[in-house]
Design a protein around this ligand. Sequence first.
Ligand code: PEP
Ligand code: MN
Length: 447
Amino acid sequence: MNPMEKSTAAQTWRGLPAAQQPDWPDRDVLRRVTDDLATAPPLVQAAECDRLRSRLSEAARGEAFVLQGGDCAEVLGGATADSIQGKLKTLLQMAAILTHGASVPVVKIGRMAGQYAKPRSSPTETREGVTLPSYFGDAVNDRAFTAAARRPDPARLRAVYDASAATLNLVRAFAGGGFADLHRVHAWNQGFLTDSPAAGRYERLATEIDRTMAFMRACGVDPRQLHITEFFTSHEGLLLDYESALTREDEATGRSYATSAHLLWIGERTRDPDGAHVEYFSRVANPVAIKLGPSTTADDLLAYVDRIDPQRLPGRLSFVTRMGRDRVRDVLPVLMEKAAANGIRACWITDPMHGNTFTADGGYKTRRFDDVIDEVKGFFEVHKALGVQPGGIHVELTGEDVTECLGGGHDIGVGDLARSYDSACDPRLNHSQSLDLAFLVAEMLQD
Ligand code: PEP
Ligand code: MN
């Protein structure tokens, strides 16, 4: 890919209704920043995006399972080695649990190295009589509740690109340089709390994996795949000025790619079939996901396929459903049956987080671990009834010992939320809740 090759296809969204875009106070500064980004090196390569598309087509056929996870919102100051490593280790542990439990290859996709922009249900926020613009993610403004902090600043887009590049650098080093080697399956558990049932269960599983690998080595089998791993990045493609500045045309094929991440998704609030987001994503060749909430109609679904995947390219389109535990069993079958009747073979992924959020006493936004599990169960039940394999899960998680979601192995209660609530946006599963979830999903995959 020629890094200097700007893509004209990336500009066709301009003039269409673009939901959730910041009201940048200074368009000249925005232009300077995006001109600068338009000559910056791509963060990902076309061939890597194509490889992920092929992995997603395997997941759509039931031959692989997607694990997509990370923070709801990354923060610029949070791109530290410890925090990135904690998320990576958690995802690697979850992948080991799923692979071991279900004997299925896991496609690992971080919700990281670019997840800095947030759509919001309200453009403003009021606290104690003061109204300010909402926090739209570190790509736009700062979460401190002051007028200066909440002012959108286009210079943040460059800072986001730099933080994403630094994060991705570490991700690539881990994935290819030994840390993700399956022989280190025990080491991934180090540095985490060890007093949860999930941690003990993981240790036993790691010992079993170690034994299997020793057996294989003794038999003279030591494949390269055990020493390296494939790890992909993803984020919500919300800010179209940013994404189109980083879109490049691949010299070899003439196709345009968003180069800010391998997979980008269109959020629940920006999925208007006639809107700017759907138009932009119809022009890039990356694998694309769309979040589908309970109001999604079968006609919407067909419109997305017509607009984004008219050629029905395997792995091109994934649907990340976030219906809520109460709706998933009613709404999902209607959509999946319509897709099947039209010969659409997308990869269906469950996001059991975003339909199950509520505000607890004390004002904390939270989710119950049991509701999350119930939505995953509903998603699996619907698949079973239709005779298809589930494609994967999409979760908000962190490697840190936060208290943001209720329940799980340590049985976090409402009174615990204040203790360690660090999320810049939505509540994340902590390390032990993430392992708990992986063990439960592995069991569901075996059924
Ligand atoms: C998110 O993934 O953080 C998000 C805002 O999701 P959704 O678009 O599904 O509400
Ligand atoms: Mn979120």
